[in-house]
Design a protein. Structure first.
Length: 151
């Protein structure tokens, strides 16, 4: 499946609602040149009341349901729709703050909008901190991609 049309659709919906997010995870790593795949998209945002209202509007615009799978203990929200899963988190393992992640991110144009994309270093740090087997399995590929990008 080609993820770019889906990312363009997500970027457009975020832009319309002015919801500031940062793409992180394998989709971000792929945009950074890593040969990885994913079946969902992971974003960090500030979970303020205003941003939660914007996220609800994004869900409607994308014809998705919005759930909080680990409610009430987490700042984790999931948008689910036809061929689409978007996880939006207020806290990400290995990331000190939204501001610190944003300071090292860069904008990537996607269609008519842009997405902020986490640095490969931050993606690697997050996967190491999460320590899940699926995250640890992809680390050698991400680390090699980072090494090649700095040559």
């Amino acid at each position: 499946m080609d993820a770019l049309p889906l990312l363009e659709k997500i970027a457009s919906a975020f832009s319309v609602e002015k919801l500031e997010t940062i793409l992180i995870g394998n989709a971000a790593a792929a945009l950074r040149g890593a040969p990885v795949t994913t079946d969902d998209f992971d974003f960090m945002f500030r979970p303020t009341r205003t941003n939660l209202e914007k996220l609800k509007k994004v869900a409607r615009n994308l014809a998705c349901s919005l759930t909080q799978p680990e409610y009430p203990i987490s700042k984790f929200y999931r948008l689910t729709g036809p061929n689409l899963q978007v996880d939006v988190m207020g806290v990400i393992d290995g990331v000190r703050s939204f501001e610190s992640l944003r300071s090292r991110s860069s904008e990537v144009p996607l269609g008519e909008a842009c997405l902020k994309v986490a640095s490969l270093g931050d993606i690697i740090a997050s996967k190491k901190a999460a320590g899940r087997p699926k995250d640890l399995a992809v680390l050698p590929v991400l680390e090699e991609t980072l090494k090649e990008s700095t040559r």
